[in-house]
Design a protein around this ligand. Structure first.
Ligand SMILES: [Zn+2]
Length: 146
């Protein structure tokens, strides 16, 4: 079997720290984008539908031709919730506030930056996403006031 080797396991998602995207194996470029300071989603090259979290296949037309795009500009805060208990791997980070931003074509689920007091949160608040590095070489992103 000369020349044949085991496929490399692409485990970049192990480093992602906030939202459970670990089941997504074909969109590991998400982590590389984060490493470079971008939060990215995917857009279907066939029908134009936009996905966040990124998907490798389009749910609408089943195409696998996906193009990465950066989540830029302002989203509007739709809802948020303060968590006192974290899922496995996040126990040391509680309490934190998870939230949903509406970007029109898509919504982004994530976490409010710790520096932003909860009293300042309001439905419709303009926010942006920011890539961040966590302890232990993990990568994530947070929402900050626009
Ligand atoms: Zn499509």
């Amino acid at each position: 079997m000369a020349g044949k080797r085991e496929p490399e396991v692409d485990d970049r998602f192990r480093r992602f720290g906030t939202v459970g995207f670990t089941g997504i194996t074909r969109v590991n470029d998400f982590i590389t984008h984060l490493e470079e300071g971008r939060v990215a989603g995917t857009r279907c090259a066939a029908c134009g539908k936009v996905f966040f979290p990124p998907r490798a296949d389009c749910m609408a037309c089943l195409s696998s031709r996906m193009i990465w795009f950066p989540v830029e500009g302002q989203g509007r805060l739709v809802s948020w919730s303060r968590l006192a208990f974290g899922p496995a791997g996040f126990q040391e980070e509680v309490p934190y506030t998870i939230a949903l931003l509406d970007y029109g074509e898509f919504k982004v689920f994530g976490r409010i930056d710790r520096s932003l007091p909860e009293e300042e949160l309001a439905v419709g608040l303009a926010m942006t996403v920011r890539a961040e590095r966590l302890a232990g070489d993990r990568l994530s992103y947070v929402f900050v006031k626009a």
